[in-house]
Design a protein around this ligand. Structure first.
Ligand code: G3P
Length: 217
């Protein structure tokens, strides 16, 4: 499973990228707002920093507006995946961009039917939002499973990009189901390293090393 980092925070991306944990980056208008930066500048900087796909989201909601904004974003780099919402206009824009050979990430997916339409429209990535379904007492992971089944039934090559990931367990659950990609905030990716028994075991080893005066260098 590829790891995308869901942030526009350059320092956080750099730290994870240096550790080899970044196969791509996803942004959205809320993350750009949080960064306080100009969207075109920050996305260019992210493209210069990482090797993989970088999702930049359109803010227009009509087809023509999405096409104009998507083309502007795509001028930044070949790494750009134009992120469009899962609406009829977004699906039309997806079809246009995919026919032009541009990568498209169709976002705000909350149902298997929506994912089926995105694949038919030629999406490179479909972004089902796990956490926001869980927030409604639904099961976001069931949606990932349903989309995996449907895409495998018919050999769609749209990649399932599990999004709205809120916990380390979401990462391993998405991997078990066979999501192609998971995008998560930096803190969630780092939290994957945590285990209470690791902390306990390390504390004991540190104490024993001190007691026995073990020195290596
Ligand atoms: O980028 C889309 C997605 O990952 C948003 O996550 O936590 O705002 O639901 P969240």
């Amino acid at each position: 499973m590829k790891f995308f980092v869901d942030t526009a925070d350059i320092d956080a991306i750099r730290e994870l990228n240096d550790m080899g944990f970044v196969d791509g980056v996803t942004t959205n208008p809320s993350l750009i707002k949080k960064s306080g930066r100009d969207i075109l500048e920050v996305i260019k900087e992210i493209c210069d920093l990482v090797d993989g796909p970088v999702s930049g989201e359109v803010v227009a909601t009509d087809y023509e507006g999405m096409i104009a904004e998507g083309n502007k974003l795509a001028e930044i780099s070949d790494q750009i995946a134009i992120k469009v919402p899962l609406t009829i206009d977004g699906l039309k824009a997806c079809k246009t961009f995919s026919e032009e050979g541009k990568m498209v990430n169709v976002t705000l997916c909350f149902s298997a039917n929506q994912a089926l339409l995105a694949a038919k429209a030629g999406a490179t990535f479909i972004s089902p939002f796990i956490g926001r379904l869980d927030d409604l007492n639904l099961d976001g992971m069931d949606l990932i499973e349903d989309i995996r089944t449907i895409y495998d039934n018919y050999g769609f090559d749209t990649q399932i990009l599990a999004a709205s990931i809120r916990s380390a367990n979401h990462m391993s659950d998405a991997a078990k189901i066979g999501a192609d990609v998971a995008t998560a905030p930096p803190a969630v990716i780092k939290a994957m390293a945590n285990h209470v028994l690791t902390d306990k075991g390390l504390a004991q080893f540190v104490q024993d090393a001190k007691d026995a005066d073990i020195k290596i260098v």
